[in-house]
Design a protein around this ligand. Sequence first.
Ligand code: TYD
Length: 216
Amino acid sequence: MKKGLFITFEGTEGCGKSTQSKMLEKYLKSLGKKTVLSLEPGGTKVGREIRKILLGMEEPLAQNAELFLFAADRAQHVEEVIKPSIEAGSIVICDRFTDSTTAYQIGGRKLPEELVRYLNATSSGGLIPDVTFLLDVSPAVGLPRAIAASNMEKGKIKKIDRFEKEKIAFHEEVRKAYLQIAAENPERIKIISTEKQDIHTVHEEIKKHIKYLLGV
Ligand code: TYD
């Protein structure tokens, strides 16, 4: 039985998801809400091992192996963290969820739609976010931002990860897929451009939607 809320952030590289999810958590805490901030891949101990393979592996990874690892990471995350937290009344904020798999593995990798949708449904246990913020930025602007940020992060598995190494055309396909998912789910997915707006303006827009959702 559901008691809390489930909020996800989505978008292509360098769109500002991690900054915005942290800002949203801080805001929700200031309202006295119980929150859990997590991410995919890597929201559990098992998931952190899977993340190392997904992002840091030097050897080529078969596309289906990549897909199944994202699904395995999610299945663990949903069972161990997301579902119990929602049931305990928390607001769970997750940096990436099933829409990432749809956008990257169908839009980017061109894997069969039916297979990806089946794995999304099973790995998530049917859980659908209450609201999703799609932070939209063109890869020409976002990708260099992401690469610069990775180069600055010392603790990263690899300086530039497997996805950041993909060509700009791949990221254009991912962005197109995201916009299509948003068009198919207008009630759930809020598109916010982060191309020119500063982080505070983006945060204010997110707050507006959250206040409506919470009725405050
Ligand atoms: P991460 O460092 O978390 O990137 P970001 O800061 O952009 O979120 O790396 C996650 C990468 O994995 C990102 O490039 C998107 C990709 N990904 C998929 O391809 N499929 C998925 O289902 C998920 C969750 C992520």
